[in-house]
Design a protein around this ligand. Sequence first.
Ligand code: NAD
Length: 499
Amino acid sequence: MTTLVEAAPTLDIETRLFIGGEFTDSVEAGRIAVLNPHDNSTLAEISEARAADVDKAVAAARKAFPSWKRVSAAERGRLLLKLADAIEADADYLARLETLDTGHPIRDTRNLDVPRTAATFRYYAGIADKVDGRVPPVETGFLNYITREPIGVVGQIVPWNFPLMFCGWKLGPALATGNTVVLKPAELTPLTTLRLGHLINKVGIPAGVVNIVPGYGHVAGQHLAEHKGVDKIAFTGSTVTGRRIVQASAGNLKRVQLELGGKGANIVFEDAPVDAAVMGSAFAIFHNQGQACIAGSRLLLHEKIADEFLEKFLKLTNSLKVGNPLDPQTEMGPLTSVGHRERVLNYIQVAKEQGSRILTGGKIPGAAEYHGGCYIEPTVVTAKPQDRVCQEEVFGPFVSVTRFKDEAEVLEIANSTDYGLGGGLWTSNLQRGHRVAAAIRTGMVWVNTYKRVNPNSPFGGIGQSGYGRDLGAESVMDYTYAKSVWVNVDAQLPPFYKR
Ligand code: NAD
């Protein structure tokens, strides 16, 4: 069968920083090469933001804040709707660009990443003028009202695994609630974020409201996190960096929101709908090559159905179409960088050393077409709950399989990591579904499904997975503060202190 690999988009994007509504060269003229994970060829050389550029971006965001805050909520919503429309109009280009830059299969960027980004902006467009306060009853003669105020200048630092989607998750609630933003995309995958800069200008979002400063984490990211002119940092990334962000924030006690790593338990009970569970569990770990914080990376199988499940699961795993992400038939593309593939390969070695059996995968695929890029086989291994691969985030197409006897045992295993982001279970017992969902210590649980995400539902974790929430109405709380106003409405009231 002839497969049609889609044309790579012509790279007519801006490669400069986006500050104060203009694309501009970096002060020190540093450059970052952006590579195509399919073959490691250079896609573009972009400007590298360093401290002086971050300073300029923060100054632009500070300058824009007072007037953006005063733009009516309905008008902010209207601009976000226009941005959602512009993303849809640019969908084909954005999908191919995201695929080229990250290695996500085109069928995913086209059907998930781009439409979800538009949907997220649309959701926050709708919410913008529904953020209201309250009027609590207080002592007679006084009016007390509470408003939700924008925090100010928000620094947003995001990773490389879903760059475009994170623009929606981060910018949507921040802009809807009247904040201005300095956004630092990951150095590996800045291209669709820079493209968004164009669209932001095109739809008329005022200059300085959004500033985009691609740069290295320890340089631009660290400076942004320490910056006295930044009122909040919204961070998505690893737990290790999350801790650094908290330390860096101490100088001006800025607010911090952390979306960190995960080690999702995906539990299949003996009464599970097995075929659906096999399919859902494959999506849980292999979608985006397992480079997802909510990946179902620990597969916990009841001993009664483990053999039947594994036979089907391994068959499905071995049939996954790994290949050029621009091919619409590809189900798994390359990992996003060579460095990251090394990390995943290292974990395969760790698993072997700790006694795991490799049930399938574990290597770089053999065919020559894979050798120039960052490919790795989908990998399934056996492991014990306390093994490193069951405790540490691998962040690749790598799933550990552990068998259990009963509900009590599996809950202990599920809750045995320091993470608490997502988890799920498969069962046909309604009571068990709710009971186990309540007992899993995570911010998100899926029953008879996995990795469902919607702009209307909060996304985030507990423990080493961080705090605060992206998405949902809950995120509005994370981008605003409560202001309490007291008014003496009764001139006859006695003075507070009697003399
Ligand atoms: P990372 O922590 O290395 O980098 C994330 C971002 O932080 C990048 O933009 C990077 O440049 C920046 N950064 C690095 N060092 C910094 C520093 N000292 N100061 C400020 N910024 C710094 O993470 P990664 O490897 O890019 O991404 C993978 C991680 O992200 C995984 O742990 C994954 O679980 C997590 N993640 C979490 C969520 C979530 O919503 N919970 C979503 C996606 C990814």
